[in-house]
Design a protein around this ligand. Structure first.
Ligand SMILES: Nc1nc2c(c(=O)[nH]1)N[C@H]1C(S)=C(S)[C@@H](COP(=O)(O)OP(=O)(O)OC[C@H]3O[C@@H](n4cnc5c(=O)[nH]c(N)nc54)[C@H](O)[C@@H]3O)O[C@H]1N2
Ligand SMILES: Nc1nc2c(c(=O)[nH]1)N[C@H]1C(S)=C(S)[C@@H](COP(=O)(O)OP(=O)(O)OC[C@H]3O[C@@H](n4cnc5c(=O)[nH]c(N)nc54)[C@H](O)[C@@H]3O)O[C@H]1N2
Ligand code: SF4
Ligand SMILES: [Mo]
Length: 696
């Protein structure tokens, strides 16, 4: 049989790059990036290339399961989809009857494919939809809201046209988004500079023109000094500031004490280097892109690092600018109708959110849409402000994504129902009452999605091959559940009907995806005219003083507080990503495991010498009773106050023969860490922990 090409979307991480898959005899034999997609040009990252291994792996849930023994004991009964969904529907209905619709909690991985299952939640009447973001980018999201009135995706990152990219807590060449990597490389080929602010020499740092190895947790100090220098040396864009700032003088006054010399003491970065850096930025402005950060669930002031990063971009005039952070376009902005939403078929629940987001004192400034699931877990534990009795963790592994697994399990003890909807085993799936297995992305269709951007488009994930096991597509699972619960509006049988509903009136048809897998909604990239532009804040301008924050009793810019130095014999825990794995769920992937079976502990060479630790030997890491065994990577290129490890290792599930027992889990070394969160940004502060390192 001839090879057939199918355009679809990668699902190996949440970036979701467009792909072209080759199918032969019903099996996917090759995957590459979709050559028609801007910025992709046929490229994929290693995880995307290992997608076939996920599908071919037998060590994933192959059919629905209901728990037999205690939670986490690993005794399962194989059941049919009918039985599994009858069980879930009955339990959900019982919880709703006894405690109200609002007693159902849901969390997912965020992203563009949520509309159908969010509609399901509306249909059952719970306001408690959440995404995973309290363990990822919530601080950035809420920082954007406080400065612009719109969220972090209200601006695009125009990497391709930038003249100076600043990455702070952002490893753009290893924490991969393929289009971003390609666009950055294009910019570099055109002469752009990269400046990297990191606690260690990542691959990005190694490729940067300027590398600033910063003392962990002092980025806010660095940014305050940059603002001081930009203002005092008159390096900022006066015309932009005059037009778009509501209260520039507040910023001028606030930063006066924070000189480059002051920052040098805190950050370890020489004042002269900081001054020179500011001059370089001013030369490239407004085509400067100071990345506000992505995984910033790190410190109790990470929110203010992102907030000041946005303000620096604004000072340089790069908000709205080509090569900076231009305003994001949705279909409507380019004169097109967006996809129809299933959510709009149902009224927004009137009940208040259980996490208090949007209404409780001190929580009104948070983005209410996806809430803060970490705070909902408190409600499961205490029953306040009202009880939560059922929890669906959908494409979300909170037991690995949040600190201290045992603490989170304890918080969940009052649940009458815990459902995991997943395609791999995970700590959460193993602990659940019911496992509903999703078909891996090559085996499933998804609802259509919109990709906003300078040139917005509609994208489609199409099934590349038939499921090998008794697994289902996500829309299918919720459509079947809807049918069982009498929700007729979502009781679909065919994906084409789902797509046709979404496309109705948009001028786009299913056939339009055939040629390239995507439908672009504009011919040219649209850069909005900033002259008459109104921001979504109360003043319509960029706000230094944020009424939104102050209403919650929070400072718009708090005086800088120096982070604690590590106690003797301990190191601050830091973590991040590597190019070969996604979070915790690819370690057991046969191909990726072969390439990288375990993580290592980066430790500063002088510190290692003090501890008698040699490069490559196993060491013990520990905190508060938890221990891990991990190989040391001894290097001068990490700050001496911290150690670093790649997140997602240290699995202990018996069903993962490869990953089990390999490397150490950073999340277990953060005792009761879920309680430490950024009151302004909402994200958990995972690097506010100090761990012991010993020779094993
Ligand atoms: N200690 C510590 N904690 C962290 C981090 C850290 O570095 N250190 N990183 C944080 C970050 S940035 C994030 S985003 C979260 C991530 O943590 P989560 O939000 O939990 O996300 P994932 O681990 O990507 O996926 C969770 C589960 O969803 C399942 N899944 C189902 N369908 C799909 C699909 O189509 N695609 C993918 N990719 N998965 C699917 C996977 O099998 C996996 O078990 O963890 C955060 N927690
Ligand atoms: N290959 C791969 N790519 C991914 C993912 C993946 O799992 N694998 N996950 C995706 C997801 S969900 C996310 S959120 C993004 C995350 O993208 P990033 O946020 O860029 O990724 P990280 O590796 O978590 O962190 C970036 C850098 O922050 C540094 N860092 C740690 N502490 C500090 C500090 O105090 N100050 C400064 N200045 N730097 C510090 C780390 O050393 C690391 O190099 O990546 C996405 N892309
Ligand atoms: S970055 Fe890699 S793993 Fe993530 S969607 Fe793109 S190709 Fe797939
Ligand atoms: Mo993330």
């Amino acid at each position: 049989m001839a090879k057939e090409k199918v355009y679809s979307i990668c699902g190996m991480c949440s970036v979701r790059c467009p792909i072209e898959a080759e199918v032969e005899n019903g099996r996917c034999v090759y995957i590459q990036g979709n050559p028609h997609a801007a910025g992709i040009a046929g490229a994929l990252c290693p995880r995307g290339a290992a997608g076939v291994a996920l599908t071919e792996d037998d060590e994933r849930p192959q059919h629905p399961m209901i728990r037999e023994g205690e939670r986490g004991e690993g005794k399962w009964r194989k059941v049919s989809w009918d039985e599994a969904l009858d069980y879930v529907a009955a339990k959900l209905n019982k919880v709703r009857a006894e405690y109200g619709d609002r007693a159902v909690l849901f969390s997912d991985r965020g992203g563009p494919f949520r509309d159908f299952h969010r509609a399901f939640l509306r249909a059952i009447g719970t306001p408690n939809y959440n995404n995973h973001d309290a363990a990822c980018a919530r601080n950035v999201q809420n920082a954007a809201l406080s400065v612009f009135g719109f969220g972090r995706k209200g601006v695009a990152y125009d990497l391709k046209n930038t003249k100076h990219l600043v990455v702070q807590t952002r490893n753009i060449f290893e924490a991969v988004n393929v289009a971003e990597v390609n666009n950055t490389l294009d910019a570099v080929a055109n002469g752009a500079k990269i400046s990297c602010i990191d606690i260690r020499a990542s691959v990005t740092a190694a490729k940067a023109d300027n590398f600033y190895m910063i003392r962990p947790g002092t980025d806010y100090a660095f940014n305050l000094a940059v603002i001081h220098e930009l203002i005092n040396a008159k390096l900022y864009d006066r015309a932009f500031v005059e037009k778009h700032f509501n209260d520039f003088q507040v910023l001028v006054d606030f930063v006066q004490p924070y000189t480059p010399e002051w920052a040098e003491e805190e950050t370890g970065i020489p004042a002269e280097r900081l001054r020179d850096f500011c001059r370089q930025l001013a030369e490239a402005a407004p085509a400067v892109l100071w990345h506000p950060g992505w995984m910033t669930a790190r410190y109790s002031d990470s929110f203010y690092m992102s907030r000041t990063a946005y303000l620096i971009n604004a000072l340089l005039g790069s908000i709205g600018a080509k090569g900076g952070l231009p305003i994001m376009n949705k279909p409507g902005d380019v004169g097109r109708k967006g996809l129809n939403s299933f959510m709009n078929l149902f009224p927004k629940p009137e009940e208040k959110r259980v996490d208090g987001v949007g209404w409780m004192d001190g929580r009104t400034h948070f983005d209410a849409g996806p809430g803060l699931v970490n705070l909902s877990y408190d409600a499961i534990e205490t029953g306040e402000p009202y009880p939560i009795k059922a929890y669906i963790a959908h494409r979300h592994d909170p037991l690995m994504a949040f600190p201290d697994r045992d603490d989170v399990k304890r918080k969940w003890a009052n649940l009458d129902l815990l459902v995991a909807v997943t395609f791999t085993w995970s700590d959460t799936a193993w602990f659940a009452d019911v496992v509903l297995p999703i078909s891996p992305y090559l085996e499933r269709d998804s609802i259509l999605a919109t990709k906003n951007g300078l040139k917005p488009s509609f994208i489609r994930r199409a099934r590349v091959m038939e499921p090998r096991f008794d697994t289902k597509a996500i829309w299918e699972i919720y459509a079947m559940l809807a049918k069982k619960m009498g929700i007729e509006k979502l009781a679909y049988d065919k994906v084409e009907d789902v797509w046709n509903f979404q496309l109705d009136g948009t001028g786009v048809s299913i056939e339009d995806f055939q040629a390239t897998g995507l439908v672009s909604l504009a011919d040219e990239a649209l850069y909005r005219d900033m002259d008459g532009f109104t921001f979504k804040t109360e003043s319509g301008k960029i706000e230094v003083h944020s009424p939104r924050l102050e209403k919650s009793g929070l400072p718009s810019l708090p005086p800088y507080q120096s982070p604690e130095r590590p106690p003797k014999g301990r190191y601050r825990i830091t973590f991040g990503r590597c190019a070969l794995h996604t979070q915790g769920h690819t370690v057991n992937n046969p191909l990726l495991f072969e390439r990288m079976p375990e993580n290592t502990l980066w430790i500063n060479a002088d510190e290692a010498q003090k501890l008698g630790i040699e490069d490559g030997e196993y060491v013990e890491v520990g905190n508060n009773g938890h221990k891990g065994r991990i190989k040391a990577f001894v290097t001068p290129f990490i700050h001496p106050e911290c150690v670093f490890m790649i997140h997602g290792f240290g699995h202990d599930l018996p069903c993962e023969s490869r990953a089990k027992g390999k490397g150490a889990a950073d999340n277990l070394l953060m005792p009761k860490g879920i309680a430490k969160y950024d009151k302004a940004g909402g994200a958990v502060s995972m690097q506010e922990h100090f761990i012991e390192v010993r020779k094993a």
